[in-house]
Structure formats: structure tokens, C-alpha cells
Design a protein around this ligand. Structure first.
Ligand code: FAD
Length: 438
């Protein structure tokens, strides 16, 4: 709860936040009991310090094989429970049957239109992160240029449908989103199912981020990665050409995650000296060589000065170690507050990043108890319709604590599933029904 309060400026809907925190532990255990494979996240959330593996982020579990493994396990569990899945089937409308009160969903499958009669509907069709027009409309200028990290199908169509056809109440942070440092050479319009999360570039706490004008623009060490990575995408988008270089020297390179930084995955800009690095970055879009070099040298001087004043301080990437650029002798206008090692030992490495958008924060209002959608005009629940995941508004504002997206989907998905099944069952006592999971 403290993490949510800190990252979301205390703006999260308290009922949603309470439900998320209260059910998160049991939701994970329930998923495990349904065959979802969890393991300790040694590679993403731990560093080996003094011979011990230290988990630093309060997020020690991950699913086996990431998103790919999660979906494979969900599909196996759904099959075991007899859930029928219709692929390439887009919801285009929802109406209520005037005669029997059931829900009628219009769906498009290629050129065909069909209807599905349902006792209850759980909407889980994502935000509007894949829709360049809506991004620039709601998130602001420049957001049409962000790169899409995931599915190209989260176009906001079902958000609009909920508002326009069902009268759902829009809530939450419609100008906010989750966005990260992302490989500048990735496909702008869609994620990659094979590379998946490997285009993410979260190694900046170990080094520096410098824009094409040669200037730093964030405190790379302000907090642990899980509290900064989802907002630094926005900071990169706001830079000239929506781009930045992440830079390390030979001390910190070995600490980078191989999945994100191995040469097969991302173009390495390598050099033995800072001067050579600058020349190579210039051929990759750096526009101000002198400013780039000046930034690195001034940073190094500030780190040396801090070291002279704090000779016993030790570098530890698993805690906020206080190794900074700010001492009584020298301060940078933009600090690096933790993990500030000098960049003075070649060979050096730079890679180019841009902004990758994960999901949007604005969504639809629900009753926290069962994720039932709330009508704008009456403030009352809309019969039989539930809404979860990215479509649910009111939980995240401005930033986000790492891992809480999938946790929210699991917690409210489970609540909605139970309530929708009960509603469908009730109607089913009178007529044949289906529950649609999108
Ligand atoms: C690369 C990457 C890494 C991530 N890493 C993490 C992480 O480590 N931890 C974490 O918590 N979160 C992570 N996330 C975020 C998390 O995966 C998502 O927020 C979460 O999957 C959202 O779930 P959802 O059900 O709301 O939407 P989605 O999982 O996006 O599913 C929405 C589905 O709706 C479908 N759809 C859209 N429109 C329609 C329509 N009209 N009709 C029918 N179907 C439609 C889409 O095709 C899609 O399949 C990551 C996301 C990405 C892209």
C-alpha cells in the first residue's frame, strides 16, 4: 500500500487499492493451485552481493518463461475447466435483450458478424496503448510516436464501447500511462512475441541516460528500478527525437541483465575511450558531442568529490546505497542519488533507447467488490457487465509499482469471474447462457 501511495501520489481509489493489496497473496496462491508456474526471479529482481543473492525490489516471484509461460499455463488451465476460446473474434457491440434481459454481444470474425447471447460479460480488452490517435488525444503531443510494447489490438475500442453503448463511467488518469526505456530499433507498432520483454532496457540505475543533445534528464538513481522504470519512458519521450543513450563502463557492464543487453538482442555501441564512444554515438544520432563529453566528465568529477568525502561508502545495487554525485565540494544540477560510480574505465558501452508504452491508466469505474461496471448516469452497477485489467480505471496514477499490473488483473479478474459466474448461473436457471471472456 505504501508503494502504491508513493508511486501514484496518493490518488489511487482507496477501495480498489485495498482490494488489490488484500487479495494479492491469495490470488497468487490460487493461480499456483491452478497450475500457473511461479519461480524466484533471480535474473530480474536480485543481485549477488558479497556472495549472497539479495532480492531488492519486493517482487521476488515471476512466472516461468514470463508472459509466454503465463499464457501457456492459463490456456492449459482454461482447457481443463472446459472454457471455450474464440480467437480473432472482436467484440463490436453489446445490447440487452428487451424480452429476457440477457446480454447480446455482437462479434466480428474476419468478414462475418455474429452474436453471442450471454448471462454475463467480463470485459478485459486492454487500454488504448496501441492506438496512436487516442494516445496523442489523451496522453498528449508526441505520444503518437511512442513504441507499442505489447499487442497491437489494444486500441481502446472496447473502452469507447463501454462508455458509449453501456453508459459506463470513465475514471482515473486518462493522461497517464506505463511506459519504459525500450530498444530504439524495435518495431514501433507492436511487441514481439519471441523477444517479448527483452526490448525493455532497465539497466539505467547502473549507469547514465544522456539525450541526443548530450544532456542527462533524470536522476537515474532516485529510487529502486521497480519505482522508476514505468515513468522513465515518459521522460525519454519528452527528449529531442524521443531518444536517449544509456551508458556504462567496464565496472557495471557485467551487472546488466543478459536478456535485455546481450549483443544478439540490442545493437552495442562499444568503445575503449570516452572520445571514441562519443564519435560512435554521433553516428547513431547524438547531435552534440561536446555536451555529451562534458556531461560525462562533470559527472565523474562529482562522483570523485563524493568519494573523497565518503571514503568508506560501498556500492550495493541491492539497496539505496547513498553513493551519489552530491557532496559539499561539488553538486550536479541534476543529481544521481544512488549507485553513482565513475564512468572512467573502458571499454565503454552505450545503447540507444526510446519510449515503449505498456498500457494506459484511464479506464472505467467498477465496484471494487466484484469489478462490476458502474453507470455514469446513475452511479449504479450495470447488470451483468464486469471490467478488469487495463480497462479498469482508478488504480494507477502517473506511475506504478512494478508487478502490480498483472496482480491487478488476477485479483479483479478473479473477483469478476466469481460474480459473473454467479450472475450467469442465476439467469441460466431460466435459459441457456454463456459467459464471454474477451
Ligand atoms: C512486454 C511487456 C512486459 C510486461 N511485463 C509485466 C510485468 O513484468 N509485470 C506486470 O505486472 N505487468 C507486465 N506487463 C503488463 C501486463 O502484461 C498487462 O498490463 C496485462 O497483461 C493486462 O491485462 P489485460 O487483460 O488488461 O489486457 P491484455 O493482456 O493486453 O489483453 C487484452 C486482450 O484483449 C484483446 N482485445 C482488444 N480489443 C478487443 C475487442 N474489440 N474484442 C475482443 N478482444 C479484444 C486483445 O487482443 C488482447 O488479447 C507487461 C506488458 C508488456 C507488453
Amino acid at each position: 500500500m505504501a508503494d502504491l501511495r508513493k508511486t501514484c501520489m496518493g490518488r489511487s481509489d482507496p477501495e480498489l487499492a485495498n482490494a488489490l493489496v488484500a487479495d494479492s497473496n491469495s490470488a497468487v496462491k490460487w493461480l499456483a493451485s491452478e497450475g500457473i508456474r511461479f519461480q524466484l526471479s533471480f535474473n530480474r529482481q536480485a543481485y549477488e552481493v558479497d556472495g549472497r543473492i539479495k532480492f531488492w525490489g519486493g517482487l521476488s516471484l515471476k512466472t516461468q518463461d514470463g508472459g509466454k509461460g503465463l499464457i501457456a499455463d492459463y490456456r492449459a488451465a482454461a482447457k481443463r475447466h472446459g472454457v471455450r476460446v474464440a480467437w480473432s473474434t472482436a467484440l463490436s457491440g453489446i445490447q440487452t435483450d428487451a424480452v429476457d434481459g440477457s446480454l447480446i454481444a455482437s462479434v466480428k470474425t474476419n468478414a462475418q458478424e455474429n452474436v453471442i447471447k450471454a448471462g454475463a460479460i467480463v470485459l478485459a480488452a486492454g487500454g488504448f496503448e496501441s492506438n496512436a490517435r487516442m494516445r496523442s488525444q489523451f496522453l498528449g503531443p508526441g505520444w503518437d510516436l511512442a513504441m507499442v510494447r505489447g499487442t497491437p489490438y489494444n486500441t481502446g475500442d472496447v473502452l469507447e464501447l463501454g462508455i458509449q453503448q453501456l453508459g459506463a463511467q470513465p475514471v482515473g488518469n486518462w493522461s497517464g500511462c506505463h511506459s519504459v526505456a525500450w530498444d530504439a530499433a524495435a518495431n514501433p507498432n507492436t511487441g514481439d512475441r519471441v523477444a517479448s520483454n527483452e526490448f525493455t532496457k532497465s539497466g539505467y540505475p547502473l549507469g547514465l541516460m544522456i539525450n541526443v543533445d548530450g544532456r542527462r534528464f533524470v536522476d537515474e538513481g532516485i529510487d529502486m528500478r521497480n519505482f522508476t522504470y514505468a515513468k522513465f519512458g515518459r521522460a525519454i519521450l519528452q527528449q529531442p527525437e524521443q531518444a536517449a543513450f544509456q551508458v556504462w563502463d567496464s565496472r557495471t557492464k557485467p551487472w546488466l541483465r543478459p536478456e535485455e543487453y546481450r549483443e544478439e538482442r540490442v545493437e552495442h555501441i562499444s568503445a575503449d575511450t570516452l572520445e571514441e564512444l562519443v564519435e560512435k554515438c554521433a553516428s547513431c544520432g547524438l547531435q552534440n558531442r561536446e555536451a555529451f563529453l562534458h556531461t560525462l566528465r562533470e559527472y565523474n568529477e562529482a562522483v570523485y568529490a563524493h568519494r573523497r568525502e565518503n571514503p568508506s561508502a560501498t556500492w550495493d545495487p541491492a539497496i539505496k546505497d547513498g553513493l551519489s554525485t552530491q557532496s559539499s565540494a561539488k553538486q550536479l544540477a541534476l543529481a544521481k542519488s544512488n549507485w553513482a560510480l565513475p564512468l572512467d574505465q573502458g571499454p565503454y558501452l552505450a545503447i540507444k533507447v526510446t519510449c515503449g508504452i505498456t498500457f494506459t491508466f484511464g479506464g472505467l469505474k467498477v465496484d471494487a467488490r466484484n469489478a462490476q461496471m458502474i453507470a455514469s448516469a446513475t452511479g449504479q452497477p450495470i447488470p451483468g457487465v464486469y471490467c478488469v485489467g487495463e480497462m479498469m480505471g482508478g488504480l494507477f496514477y502517473s506511475n506504478y509499482p512494478g508487478g502490480s499490473g498483472l496482480t491487478s488483473g488476477a485479483v479483479f479478474g478473479r473477483r469478476a469471474g466469481k460474480a459473473a459466474a454467479a450472475a450467469a448461473h442465476k439467469r441460466g436457471s431460466r435459459r441457456e447462457v454463456h459467459m464471454i471472456l474477451l
